[in-house]
Design a protein around this ligand. Structure first.
Ligand code: ZN
Length: 347
């Protein structure tokens, strides 16, 4: 039996449209008053955007309702869906804790509130009825000042019980003007022994070779095999893994056709660079992890053997998977059919 590991999922984009709609209906109808009915809302919520920035704007809609009080409501539904429909055994959930704190507070008050958010998310993710190994990745954000991002790194270091890594998010074209800062922050994170990933090389405007040595995994990174394949041997040598999220590139206008990913997979397989297939924003896309897998097979981007290699890679590169093996190997013994009993011949 195959159980899966999801390495790249945003808390904000993980709310499926039906759950968000119900939440709005129950709590704050004014946000949905402009939609005549649910299908109209779903169409608005899941339709492709022209650019990554436009796409990221949608996150603010969900962030505004994900507060310390409501997070358990959304996380319960997220884990229930992941367990029932996606066969997840492992989930790394990422978000920017600062953006879940009350906006009316001062910057330092909001920084102080972040630890509570991490704890609430951590506790809400431990459900006896839907047991999935979970951990959090805290995202630094391109829109936030240095002090806040540094506090996010410090919080990751202090919360190892709940947090397995740090990330950078907010649109990869926006890092350029403060590149020194990001290098410092990643250097600082590494010095504290924190695992690292980063949204990089997602779009053609987000390619920063300087940041690559600091990362254990690369969020997206598809422009490396597409535009800079000469970097692949270095990635292989460092044991870095790409977190490839197929549906995202169509929703953000980064790729026009999902079949363009064939070159990404082919070049990575050839160079010995691992790929973990992920959803990024399963709710926003309304595409769950098994469908990402199936799509790649349907479009002949990868074959079954390669799919399994990617599924294995996801467990190998998981920052907080506590077992040596992926769950399939642990379950195979239990599930394999009993050998047929040999009937004794009688005369
Ligand atoms: Zn992402």
């Amino acid at each position: 039996m195959a159980l899966y590991a999801e390495l790249h999922r945003h808390l904000g984009g993980s709310v499926v449209p039906r759950v968000l709609w119900r939440y709005f209906e129950r709590h704050t109808s004014e946000l949905i008053s402009r939609f005549a009915n649910y299908p109209e809302f779903e169409e608005f919520y899941t339709k492709p955007r022209n650019t990554l920035d436009e796409y990221l704007e949608l996150h603010t809609l969900v962030e505004s309702v994900q507060t310390v009080e409501t997070l358990p409501y959304f996380i319960y539904r997220l884990l229930r869906g992941a367990y029932i429909f996606e066969n997840l055994a492992y989930l790394e959930l990422r978000y920017t804790p600062y953006l879940r704190t009350p906006e009316h507070l001062s910057q330092s008050e909001r920084i102080d509130k972040m630890a509570e958010i991490v704890e609430v998310v951590g506790k809400a993710s431990q459900l006896e009825e839907y047991p999935i190994v979970t951990s959090q990745i805290l995202c630094m954000h391109s829109r936030l000042p240095y002090e806040v991002n540094k506090a996010i790194v410090d919080l990751a270091a202090q919360s190892k019980q709940y947090v397995c890594a740090v990330d950078i998010a907010g649109g990869d074209s926006h890092y350029a003007e403060r590149l020194e800062e990001w290098l410092n922050l990643y250097d600082y994170a590494c010095s504290l022994g924190i695992n690292t990933t980063g949204h990089l090389y997602e779009t053609t405007a987000g390619c920063y070779t300087e940041l690559l040595p600091y990362l254990k995994r690369i969020g997206h990174g598809i422009q490396i095999p597409l535009l800079y394949p000469e970097l692949l041997p270095e990635l292989a040598q460092r044991g870095q893994c790409l977190e490839v999220c197929p549906t995202t590139y169509i929703k953000t206008g980064t790729l026009q056709d999902i079949r363009q990913l064939k070159l990404v997979f082919d070049r990575c397989f050839d160079a010995g660079v691992d790929i973990a297939i992920c959803t990024d924003n399963a709710g926003l896309h309304n595409v769950r992890l098994p469908f990402e897998y199936e799509n790649l097979l349907t479009y002949d981007i990868i074959n079954f053997k390669q799919l399994q290699a990617c599924q294995d890679a996801a467990f190998r590169h998981a920052f907080a998977w506590p077992h040596g093996e992926r769950p399939a190997s642990l379950l195979n013994e239990l599930l394999k059919p009993e050998p047929p009993k040999v009937l004794a011949m009688r005369d």
